[in-house]
Design a protein around this ligand. Structure first.
Ligand SMILES: Cc1ncc(C[n+]2csc(CCOP(=O)(O)OP(=O)(O)O)c2C)c(N)n1
Ligand SMILES: [Mg+2]
Length: 322
């Protein structure tokens, strides 16, 4: 997109093999959640991240211990990318006492400070305000706050207020807009005037539009953004163009999408794409197959353990349905 330099996995194949495994885990995890949901095992609602994996994984790959992330309700990918224990995440959604938040947060409110995830927020744009506050504290320790938000959040008042506040105070924040084309059932173009990144540029904030289906490109842009914020340059805005493979939430089959659109995006799937790039750089296909098989086996084991784990007390109910 705006990046002109040649990007490649060559010379970093071990690192990218790790990122490949992380993306395969996120995809498999989301497929498991969907299947458990359909079987009535999940409490509350879910907003799946399938298709967007390269964004969370690419950004997390450049963060340090002192950095923090605020995620949205579509936050499983960021949690896993940051290293949240997948079993704890699954157990959380199953309402089990062994969940990362004791089975009381469910899918939409996961937090794990030890893994640098300050929270997941159900309020559209809520991450922006949270990350702004976090950045005020992080400025003292040279940490960087990342706020994930969707294309829908840029029409919220506090996007503008917080971006302005962060720019004026030069706070260390990466504004990470994951433009997946839709806010619930509405195409973003129908409700958004002008180019998204122009809103950041209007406040003299450096902004890039990047290919969110390429973990290599996301990692490269995130590293520029984080370095800028850490060096005291203030906020940096990334618009990652991506796509969610499933509907907005579990009750949405996504039928408003034009025929062929989903298939066209799947042609750009970040996982087979990284696989091709790794094979091109000399990684054996069998090594990648082994990763796939290991992740699949770990998810089977996770499901078994999760369904056997004790429920949180009092036992959660299934009253909330979106
Ligand atoms: C303040 C607020 N308004 C409305 C909603 C209902 N709502 C939940 S998700 C969503 C769409 C957000 O779309 P986007 O920001 O593009 O994120 P995506 O779901 O595509 O990741 C809306 C309107 C909400 N949760 N919070
Ligand atoms: Mg969206």
């Amino acid at each position: 997109m705006t990046t002109t330099q040649e990007l490649s996995v060559a010379g970093e194949t071990d690192l990218y093999l790790g990122l490949y495994k992380r993306m395969v885990l996120i995809r498999g995890f989301e497929e498991l959640i969907q299947s458990l949901f359909l079987r009535g095992e999940i409490y509350g609602t879910t907003h799946l991240y399938s298709g967007q994996e390269a964004v969370a994984v690419g950004v997390a790959s450049v963060l340090e211990e002192r950095d923090r992330v605020a995620a949205t309700y579509r936050g499983h990918g960021h949690a896993l990318a940051l290293g949240v224990d997948p079993q704890g995440l699954l157990d959380e959604m199953l309402g089990r006492a062994t969940g990362v938040n004791g089975g009381r947060a469910g899918s939409m409110n996961i937090n794990s400070p030890a893994d640098r995830l300050v929270g997941s927020f159900g309020i559209v744009g809520g991450t922006i305000a949270a990350a702004t506050g976090v950045a005020l504290a992080l400025k003292r320790t040279d940490g960087v706050a990342v706020c994930q938000f969707g294309d829908g959040a840029i029409n919220q008042g506090y996007f503008h207020e917080c971006l302005n506040f962060c720019a004026v105070l030069r706070l260390p924040v990466v504004f990470l807009c994951e433009n997946n084309g839709y806010g619930e059932y509405t195409p973003f173009q129908d409700v958004t005037a002008g180019a998204i990144r122009a809103r950041a540029e209007a406040m003299d904030v450096i902004a890039e539009t990047i290919d969110g289906m390429s973990v290599v490109e996301v990692r490269s842009a995130a590293s520029r953004a984080v370095a800028h914020a850490r060096a005291g340059g203030g906020p940096y805005f990334l618009e990652a163009i991506t796509y969610r493979y499933v509907g907005h939430s579990r009750s949405d089959p996504g039928k408003y999408r034009p025929p062929g659109e989903l298939d066209a995006w799947k042609e750009r799937d970040p996982i087979p794409r990284l696989r091709r790039e790794l094979e091109g750089a000399g990684v054996e296909a069998s090594a990648l197959d082994t990763v796939d098989a290991e992740v699949a086996a770990s998810l089977e084991e996770m499901e078994r353990k999760g369904l056997e784990a004790p429920f949180a007390e009092p036992r959660p109910t299934r009253e909330f349905r979106e």
